[in-house]
Design a protein around this ligand. Structure first.
Ligand code: ZN
Ligand code: ZN
Length: 368
């Protein structure tokens, strides 16, 4: 903890700097650190997803133009275009020749080398293969035959970069709630949607996508604004002291339950309703009594000493392990031997596109 950086040194003149100068310098250092470790090689999946989605959306909206120079024929469906390109121009698009089971548009390719038919589902592709071709293996043989790649990864480094990425997303989410910054929270939610999809948290992914659709498409501008911004509560006043409105509701639920218990044998729908209606007022009365007797609310936050110990422990581990210097071929932790640096890697834009398209279609019918 007492060490000083040896690579990006703290300038000598720093002692004479004003607070603002110090802050600016620190922010610049952090930006450089994040650019190097997070954004240099870690955002490939996100940009792939972004490009892939707009590519597929474009096809759905404007049709599919023949990809041979000089021919501008447009087709309603992508397989029709491919058929035309093969038969009329003998042109084979590069994505049909890869080992990937699907082409760029997400269609399943027939695995016969001379057949370039495309199918929407795996099952229909397999049916076609069984009917038309005799000697196609049931399992795709894309992996075998390729030479074994040498280990060029540093799995320990990967783990910490991925963890930093995820941790910062969490911190950003919490901080945007505390600041009551709905616009930033929205960005965090968009990012979380990718995480939910990647790690197969289907219900969460569904809820977040529906929320985004409501905000951007289903609700009126006024309602959408309320849905976004009316989700924080500040009981104590002051900057950065907001809590989620849901949590406030939970506090009320907790209070209601203890009041209902006190009713004992007198509990019925009418008395329960009465208690529920006076909760806000009761809270105010209780607060004012607390204030009068100068009762200090116990804070749920951790004590500073504990936090300091934890932080210094973490810093020591990170420095000793030299985790942020890339060492080719370094083994990972035993619990996570092959950790990907890009935590979202494997999230396929074609799956994401068809999943979101299908849901939007369903909601369109429901909310029209
Ligand atoms: Zn053509
Ligand atoms: Zn075929």
């Amino acid at each position: 903890m007492d060490g000083v950086p040896c690579k990006r040194k703290i300038p000598e003149s720093a002692k004479k700097w004003t607070e603002v100068q110090k802050r600016t310098w620190l922010h610049e250092e952090i930006a450089a650190f994040l650019d190097l470790f997070l954004f240099a090689e870690n955002t490939q999946t996100i940009s792939e997803l972004h490009e892939g989605m707009s590519y597929m959306e474009h096809g759905r909206l404007y049709g599919y133009t023949c990809r041979v120079d000089g021919c501008n024929e447009v087709f309603m469906l992508h397989p029709m275009r491919v058929k035309h390109e093969c038969s009329q121009h003998s042109f084979i698009s590069p994505d049909l020749l890869t080992n990937d089971e699907r082409d760029n548009e997400g269609y399943y390719k027939c695995r016969d080398v001379n057949c370039f038919l495309l199918y929407k589902t795996k099952a229909s592709r397999n049916r076609h293969e069984r009917k038309t071709h005799d000697n196609i293996p049931e399992q795709s043989s894309s992996v075998s035959g390729e030479p074994q790649e040498q280990v060029v990864e540093d799995y320990k480094y990967n783990y910490h970069v991925a963890r930093l990425f995820y941790g910062l997303l969490m911190v950003n989410t919490h901080d945007s709630i505390r600041e009551g910054d709905a616009a930033r929270l929205m960005d965090c939610m968009k990012m979380s949607l990718l995480f939910f999809k990647k790690f197969k948290k289907h219900k969460y992914a569904y809820t977040v996508l529906l929320f985004l659709c409501k905000v951007f498409a289903i609700l009126s501008e006024r309602e959408a604004f309320h849905l976004c911004w009316n989700r924080f509560f500040n009981g104590k006043g002051g900057k950065g002291k907001n809590i989620p409105l849901d949590l406030k509701m939970e506090f009320y639920n907790h209070m209601l339950k203890s009041c209902l218990r006190m009713l004992g044998g007198n509990i019925n729908a009418k008395s329960a309703q009465r208690v529920a209606r006076c909760l806000t007022m009761m809270q105010k009365v209780l607060d004012s009594v607390d204030c009068d007797v100068r009762l200090v609310n116990k804070s749920g936050a951790h004590k500073l000493v504990e936090a300091q110990q934890a932080v210094s422990q973490i810093v020591n581990d990170l420095v000793e392990g030299n985790v942020f210097s890339f060492q080719r071929g370094r083994e990972g932790y035993t619990a996570f031997p092959n950790f990907e640096r890009d935590i979202l890697k494997g999230l396929d834009y074609r799956d994401f596109f068809s999943w979101s398209r299908d849901l939007i279609k369903t909601w369109y019918a429901m909310y029209e």
